[in-house]
Design a protein around this ligand. Structure first.
Ligand code: ZN
Length: 156
């Protein structure tokens, strides 16, 4: 019995730390989630205010470039041309809300939200945008395809 008590005394700090660690683990995890939540709230607006506009600016700057002579700010819009239109059906989650009225005087009415996937018709419109280089020496013309998608109105 002497050896056991000796063992406990010798390893007491380690056992104590282990127990403390396992007790503290859920708190640590919660703290980590809390910290990452705070970090998200700090860094996401920062990203939204700094990196995103820079990426957008660089992208739109490169879009003004002529593909032939590679000069910037040379793009001139000539005309847009309608190419094709097609109907596509996508499954979109839709939420419907309602009230479940209670039959009892003391029971309050319940609000219910029901989300279900509904097939929704979309119209995809393809068009071609024609551009010309502003540089009179180059005068290159090019076409860029673009598409917009919008929900078909249910009355159609
Ligand atoms: Zn050019």
């Amino acid at each position: 019995m002497k050896t056991l008590s000796e063992l406990i005394v010798n390893y007491f700090p380690i056992i104590f730390l282990l127990v403390l660690f396992f007790v503290a683990l859920p708190f640590l995890a919660e703290g980590f989630a809390f910290t990452s939540g705070i970090l998200f709230f700090i860094f996401y607006p920062l990203y939204f205010l700094t990196i995103k506009p820079i990426v957008w600016a660089v992208k739109s700057l490169f879009e003004t470039r002529c593909p032939k002579c590679k000069k910037f700010f040379q793009r001139e819009f000539v005309r847009g041309e309608f190419v094709d239109e097609q109907e596509i059906v996508r499954d979109i989650p839709r939420t419907e809300s309602g009230v479940l009225y209670s039959n009892h005087l003391l029971e309050p009415d319940q609000r219910i939200d029901m989300t279900r996937t509904v097939p929704v018709k979309f119209i995809q419109r393809w068009s071609e945008d024609h551009y010309r280089c502003k540089d009179s020496v180059c005068g290159h013309e090019w076409v860029k395809a673009s598409s917009v998608e919008y929900e078909a109105s249910p009355t159609e």
